[in-house]
Ligand binder design. Structure first.
Ligand code: NAD
Ligand code: IPM
Ligand code: MN
Length: 342
């Protein structure tokens, strides 16, 4: 029995998560679901509560998390997203954000040149430090003399374990992406740790790119990438780019994991998409493929493959939502995936 805690969240989060859960149920696997749908922006706006300590404890001890999205246009500070998603990532020490990008169907690539389309890579994003650490402060806020400082924190432990993970999953190569030509101290730390890892892993090809050049090369030569390992903020940005190259943001899946403890939170790369909420326009593929990553990590490999095959099959037949050129609603796209399961 696998216990899955479902946190649908905000916006299209509940819409796509419902399709993912129904599709998991259709697999007939031994899964037990607990829903925490009270964790949302409405509660935050009403009570000022992002995530309670008892919810955190339930999540910590209760199983693997299937997450929708957090974010609401009425919430204007980062405290809410930090209080839910970033708190879960750090409290559960989910130091790897695994964001695979595999071209789901030829016609979905935005690239004109066929030879540039064959993307099959993973962004391994450091998920607990960097610019997201919350270290910093402000002086004279609200005045013309305001100073705001957000410090980018990199620790030897944090950088080492994520780079080691990247080498551990590489099939061909690891490209380490940083901005060490401009960022002084963290840049040196990432460089030093990566060079040592490169020496230990001569079985894998190693390369380095500055993040601006990496963004460029993802467009000119995406097929050359296997594993990209980078810090929290560059990983956030590059994974939206790889998502779009692989089929579209609505299809991109991610796993927030601690490979040492086995803890995991699985969520689509996209957000709560307030511009399309409630319209049946949300593509459920990213949520379903995130559920597939969850199953794979729990040892349910054939079930995971069944979900992935079903998604590919529906996309090839254009049985999908309008973002990918289809005419189906979120629910209908979920039903098409389930129909393709057999
Ligand atoms: P977004 O990912 O929500 O949306 C970006 C664009 O992609 C929008 O035009 C949206 O309509 C479209 N899109 C996203 N998911 C889609 C789907 N499944 N199907 C079809 N189209 C889809 O990013 P944003 O607009 O920058 O952020 C909106 C809110 O979500 C903000 O509050 C942000 O902080 C939050 N957010 C949360 C997460 C998360 O929970 N992991 C991730 C990103 C953004
Ligand atoms: C993501 C999101 C989050 C992030 C936001 C909502 C804080 O963009 O999961 O990619 O930046 O990590
Ligand atoms: Mn993001």
């Amino acid at each position: 029995m696998q216990k899955i805690i479902v946190v649908p969240g905000d916006g299209i989060g509940p819409e796509v998560t419902e399709e993912a859960v129904t599709t998991l149920q259709a697999l007939g696997a031994d899964l037990e679901f607990t829903f925490l749908d009270q964790i949302n922006a409405d509660r935050y706006l009403r009570d000022g509560v992002a995530l309670t300590d008892s919810e955190l404890e339930l999540i910590r001890t209760g199983g693997t998390v299937l997450f929708g999205a957090v974010g609401d246009p009425r919430v204007t500070t980062p405290d809410y997203a930090r209080g839910v998603l970033l708190r879960l990532r750090t409290e559960l020490d989910l130091f790897v954000n695994y964001r695979p990008a595999v071209l789901l169907d030829e016609r979905l690539s935005p690239l004109r040149d066929e030879s540039r389309r064959g993307i099959d890579c993973v962004v391994v994003r450091e998920n607990t430090e960097g610019l997201y650490s919350g270290v910093g402060g402000s002086l004279r806020a609200g005045t013309p003399d305001e100073i705001a400082v957000d410090q980018e924190m990199s620790t030897y432990l944090g950088v080492s374990r994520v780079i080691e993970y990247a080498y551990g999953i590489a099939r061909r190569s690891v490209c380490m992406v940083d901005k060490s030509n401009a960022v002084r101290f963290g840049g040196q730390l990432w460089q030093r740790v990566w060079r040592a890892a490169r020496e230990r892993h001569t079985e894998v090809a190693s390369s380095h790119l500055y993040v601006d050049a990496a963004a460029m090369k993802l467009i000119t030569d995406a097929p050359s990438f296997d594993v990209i390992v980078t810090n929290n903020s560059y990983g956030d940005i590059l994974s939206d780019l790889t998502a779009e190259l692989a089929g579209g943001l609505g299809t991109a899946a991610s796993a927030n994991i601690n490979p040492q403890t086995g803890a995991g939170l699985y969520e689509p790369v996209h957000g709560s998409a307030p511009d399309i909420v409630g319209k049946g326009l949300a593509n459920p593929a990213g949520a379903v493929l995130s559920a597939a990553l969850l199953l794979r990590d729990r040892g349910l490999k054939s079930e995971a493959e069944a979900l992935e095959q079903a998604v590919r099959h529906t996309l090839a037949q254009r049985r999908c939502t309008p973002d990918l050129g289809g005419t189906l609603s979120t629910r209908q796209a979920g039903e098409a995936i389930r129909a393709a399961l057999s």
